[in-house]
Design a protein around this ligand. Structure first.
Ligand code: NAI
Length: 439
């Protein structure tokens, strides 16, 4: 472990492996690389201090290096204690980026690392799940919270100057929900761009990225045959619908559990079996949560599950599967392999928990494929630039990504894929914008 003021990483000797993996990702992120080229020329972030709390993966490295090329000074901490790729963290410190992340951090270390990332005195925050942004707000509002003691250990006595923060960005659904709750209470202190909600993110990253990487993670961890299995997906939102489609593509019989009638109907009409959670618990072989909600799989479900059931979570926090209930029900826990734990229940069944109930695709696999993160992180880079360009002019609220940024990223991605699309004729453009014109 190397712990210094400017870094806290597992092993600096891993850096050359990390550099090779980052190069692999960057070769698959052509949109972000074009943005990097422009940032290198124009330096739109010259001297801007950015605190980022993201999964420390090779794709995140590509983003952070792009911000650096734009002139930013970046401090990066992990947005999950188990998702850090240690070799990537090692490579990034060689690029003059402050990194405070290693795989397997304790909760205490996780928050201390957030404190360290905040210690540069951010002008922009980049977040995934809103732990960093919420920390800033708890400190500023003086809201007592046990984790703040750990944050302060990393941050030092000076604290964070909220007045100096021009704005932030947020990567995921759970983070946006928390920020909107802050806004509703009138307590949001600086503008934040909800990168998650832009179409070029949520139509691709959430369903397609999580869909593929969740299946990838389950297979890497267990090697089970999905064909013929009953896979139960909890939540048929942006993420869940993608997981359901990918599981079906592997030959599984997919069952959907929902609480929203519209989403449930959508699943039913897409040909999935939809039923309530207890019924699904009795028949499922593999259970995947993707709701952003708490205790979605709990004791009553675990009590009726079949021997051998596999439980995994793709939602942001490790709260969707009740670990407490699983422990309470069990008489024995055994580590089967790195990402698989066997819980033996009192009545003699085995339930297998993957990745300790944390987002399985980032813990047991490598997160989203680079090609998808090319979109999400291009939006992030341009959103950071937007915040800096409009410093002091953005209303303090949760903003959408400006539509022109969204379109620019989608259009550039199409071009890099060699795809040309049509333009409306002038007549068509008039037709779709004039209320007078009809049949
Ligand atoms: P969403 O809001 O589109 O979908 C969530 C769905 O879960 C909704 O349809 C909702 O009705 C349903 N739901 C809520 N409570 C439920 C319950 N008790 N039982 C069954 N269904 C329930 O949200 P999205 O974008 O799909 O995100 C879901 C979670 O995944 C969030 O925590 C998000 O941050 C996370 N996420 C994880 C990624 C990863 O890489 N693993 C990537 C992107 C998002």
């Amino acid at each position: 472990m190397e712990k210094r003021m400017d870094r806290w990483i597992r092993d600096p000797a891993l850096s050359s492996e990390g550099s090779r993996r980052i190069a692999w990702a960057e070769a698959r992120m052509p949109v972000l690389m074009r943005i990097r080229e422009r940032f290198r020329r124009e330096r739109p972030l010259e001297g801007v201090r950015v605190s980022a709390c993201l999964h420390v993966t090779k794709e995140t490295a590509a983003l952070v290096r792009t911000l650096r090329e734009g002139g930013a000074e970046v401090a990066l901490c992990a947005s999950n204690p188990l998702s850090t790729q240690d070799e990537v963290a090692a490579a990034l410190v060689e690029d003059d980026i402050r990194v405070y992340a290693f795989r397997g951090m304790s909760e205490e270390e996780y928050y201390e690392a957030i404190g360290r990332a905040l210690a540069i005195g951010p002008e922009v925050t980049v977040d995934d799940g809103a732990d960093l942004t919420v920390t800033v707000h708890k400190l500023a509002h003086g809201i007592p919270s046990p984790e703040l003691n750990w944050v302060r250990r990393g941050l030092g006595a000076e604290g964070v100057e909220v007045e100096g923060i021009a704005g932030g960005t947020e990567e995921t659904t759970t983070g946006v929900i928390r920020l909107k709750a802050l806004e509703r209470e009138g307590r949001l202190l600086y503008p934040v761009i909800a990168v998650n909600d832009s179409p070029t993110k949520s139509l691709f990253d959430n369903p397609i990225g999580t869909g593929q990487s969740t299946i990838d993670a389950i297979l890497r961890a267990t090697g089970i045959l999905l064909a013929g299995k009953r896979v139960v997906v909890f939540g048929y939102g942006r993420v869940g619908s993608g997981i359901a489609a990918r599981a079906r593509g592997m030959g599984a019989e997919v069952i959907v559990v929902e609480v929203d009638p519209v989403r449930a109907l959508n699943a039913a009409m897409n040909g999935y079996r939809v039923c309530n959670s207890l019924e699904a618990a009795r028949v499922g072989d593999v259970f995947i949560t993707a709701t952003g909600n708490i205790n979605v799989i709990r004791r009553e479900h675990m009590e009726v599950m079949k021997d051998g059931a596999v439980l995994a979570n793709a939602g942001h926090y490790d709260v969707e599967i009740s670990l407490k209930d699983l422990r309470d029900l069990s008489v024995e826990v055994e580590e089967v392999s790195q990402h698989v734990k066997r819980y033996r229940t009192r009545d003699g069944r085995n339930l297998y928990l993957l990745a300790e109930g944390r987002l399985v695709n980032l813990v047991a696999a490598e997160g989203h494929p680079s090609e998808v993160m090319d979109l999400s992180f291009s939006l992030q880079a341009l959103s950071v630039e937007h915040v800096v360009k409009n410093r002091g002019r953005l209303e303090v609220k949760v903003h959408d990504v400006p539509a022109e940024i969204d379109r620019e990223v989608a259009m550039t991605k199409l071009r890099t894929m060699g795809i040309e699309i049509d333009r409306m004729t002038e007549e068509q453009a008039r037709y779709v914008s004039d209320w007078r014109l009809g049949t």
